[in-house]
Write a protein that binds this ligand. Structure first.
Ligand code: ADP
Ligand code: MG
Length: 291
């Protein structure tokens, strides 16, 4: 199960992860009201869809020269015109497929003064049965492209569940990102917040792209500028608060209907169907008791 960027950031902030100020908006009026509550002078208007690549995405209705799904605004008027162009329109990104996704929600956030962007993700590594931390200096880019073109720029470490996250993991991530001094400490703090969030929410994936060094009033700060969170759907029964964040308009109607009957159904392209039924646990019990 996935949630929107603004929901992901609000959740991560509860675990002490530093994010820019931001407010979600469902209408043009709400977008302007949200911007009024932010310090300015730079705002970012961000389309909220369950897909990445929004910044470089294109709106179907606006033509090729229009700006993408993540836009900077220097005035309230600009916030208003960006919101008007985004809401209700269809954003096509590298991850949405040709059909694109309709933008029904926006996130209005504080504009950060970015010095450098990084990539940081946590996921379940099935090969080692551990949480893996993936870090790269190549933030803000499509990580699949980085993995393909410059795999040496991707660093992966795994965390032993018996010890949990240790200080040396934080130091390794900081070193992989080339951060030292106070920024290395901030990187370790971000990592520990993400790790705590991962365990506490039964996450399957936390992807921060970009994690950015930004110029702040009190020196450089490491901020989470984009966050993607995916959860283990089978564990959502024990996270009612997260389950409530589900946005059904983002999901395939056939999958939504199947989920109402507790059916695990995944819609795929093509004309070959695959129907699977079974109970791994009971088969295992039968096998062990008969052998
Ligand atoms: P997506 O990955 O879907 O394109 P992002 O949230 O990563 O969306 O935004 C795309 C780019 O926009 C980022 O790589 C970053 O350069 C810029 N950006 C995002 N949020 C902010 C912000 N709060 N302040 C300044 N720039 C931002
Ligand atoms: Mg991003």
């Amino acid at each position: 199960m996935n949630i929107h960027e603004y929901q992901a950031k609000e959740l991560l902030a509860k675990f002490g992860v530093a994010i820019p100020k931001g407010i979600a908006a469902m209408s043009v009026e709400e977008a302007v009201e949200a911007a009024k509550q932010l310090p300015g002078p730079l705002y970012v208007v961000k389309s909220q869809i369950h897909a990445g690549g929004r910044g470089k995405g294109k709106f179907k209705e606006l033509g090729p020269d229009a700006k993408g799904g993540v836009r900077l605004a220097k005035t309230l008027e600009e916030v208003e015109s960006h919101a008007r162009e985004m809401l209700g329109n269809t954003l096509v990104t590298i991850q949405t497929g040709e059909a694109g996704k309709q933008v029904n929600r926006l996130y209005i956030t504080d504009g950060a003064d970015i010095k450098k962007e990084y990539y940081l993700a946590l996921l379940v590594d099935r090969a080692t049965s551990r949480i893996a931390v993936v870090a790269s200096t190549e933030g803000g880019m499509d990580i699949e492209t980085v993995a393909h073109d410059t795999p040496e720029k991707i660093h992966t470490i795994t965390v032993d569940p018996a010890t949990g996250l240790m200080p040396h993991h934080g130091r390794s991530v900081a070193a992989a990102l080339g951060l030292s001094g106070d920024l290395a400490k901030q990187a370790a703090k971000v990592l520990s917040g993400l790790y705590d969030a991962f365990l506490a929410t039964d996450a399957e994936q936390i992807e921060i792209n970009p994690l950015a060094v930004c110029e702040g009033a009190n020196g450089d700060e490491l901020l989470v500028l984009d966050a993607k969170l995916g959860f283990d759907g089978n564990a959502m029964f024990r996270h009612k608060d997260i389950a409530e964040l589900r946005d059904l308009t983002e999901e395939d109607p056939a999958e939504v209907e199947a989920s109402e009957y507790d059916l695990a159904y995944i819609k795929l392209d093509g004309n070959i169907g695959c129907m699977v039924n079974g109970s791994q646990a009971s088969r295992w019990r039968r096998w062990t008791s008969s052998s």
